[in-house]
Write a new protein. Structure first.
Length: 261
């Protein structure tokens, strides 16, 4: 595979995984829009491993403190990870066949981008944003956890829907993003390990082992930068820029699908 495509897809995964703009949407649409071949299961696994490592390294100190202090937040995070893990494991084939690979997949992505951006805007605009991560309860954690399961629908955005849920519960923007990332760590690590099997079993890998290692490293490094930037950005800014981007891209996808069908 062309090294430029590896770079584009790796950077796209790292950026869109942590910004509320849907990584699955972008990775699904890039081959569709520009006409290059799907890079395959092994490459998809490499991207997931890279983002999982970025989360694990960035929040290593946070998790270490939670473990040492036996903080209840760690149990809340693990409990909230169950819904997405359950639906992802048992619904993986259905989601892949009917949402990612179907003729209507781009339309699903476009509608999801627009619909969930409107929800994000309304909640970000009108919710009372006062709470911090340390204030979150088990019930609130589970609400965010079930919201995370919605991200299995292409175009939803895992970070987008969990941040939206956090804002709805009253978390400050930075804290909503921080909890979203903390919650993403176990599920991303599990998904990365689960998909790592594909690296060794992909019947027709489109990328060499060197290319896969490069993709993991690039996704990891860019992911670290994006996480840090996102948390810093939300200290002083709203979610509006992401809402506008999602609506523009979503409407563009819907229009393009209607033209191509």
């Amino acid at each position: 595979m062309n090294p430029l495509i590896i770079i584009i897809l790796s950077v796209t995964q790292a950026v869109t995984e942590f910004l509320p703009i849907s990584s699955s949407a972008h990775l699904l649409l890039l081959p569709w829009v520009f006409g290059f071949e799907n890079p395959g299961l092994a490459f998809d696994a490499a991207l997931h491993i890279g983002t999982a490592l970025a989360l694990l390294v960035f929040f290593a100190k946070d998790f270490w403190k939670l473990i040492v202090n036996r903080d209840r937040l760690l149990l809340y995070i693990l409990a909230a990870s169950v819904p997405a893990a359950f639906f992802g494991f048992f619904g993986d084939k259905f989601i892949e066949e009917y949402l990612h690979l179907s003729f209507y997949a781009p339309l699903v992505v476009g509608i999801g981008m627009v619909f969930f951006s409107i929800i994000l805007y309304l909640i970000d605009r009108y919710a009372a944003l006062k709470l911090e991560v340390k204030d979150i309860t088990l019930k609130q954690s589970l609400v965010v956890g079930f919201a995370q399961a919605l991200a299995l629908i292409p175009g939803t955005s895992r970070s987008g829907v969990t941040i939206t849920a956090g804002l709805w519960l009253g978390l400050k923007r930075e804290d909503a993003a921080r909890f979203s990332f903390l919650l993403a760590t176990p599920i991303s690590l599990g998904a990365g390990l689960y998909k790592a099997y594909d690296i060794f079993t992909d019947p027709s890998p489109a990328i060499s082992n060197i290319g896969l290692v490069f993709a993991i490293m690039l996704t990891f490094v860019v992911g670290l930068v994006v996480i840090k930037w996102m948390l810093s950005y939300l200290k002083k800014h709203s979610m509006l820029i992401f809402v506008i981007y999602r609506i523009i891209v979503g409407l563009g996808i819907i229009s393009l699908w209607l033209i191509k069908r």
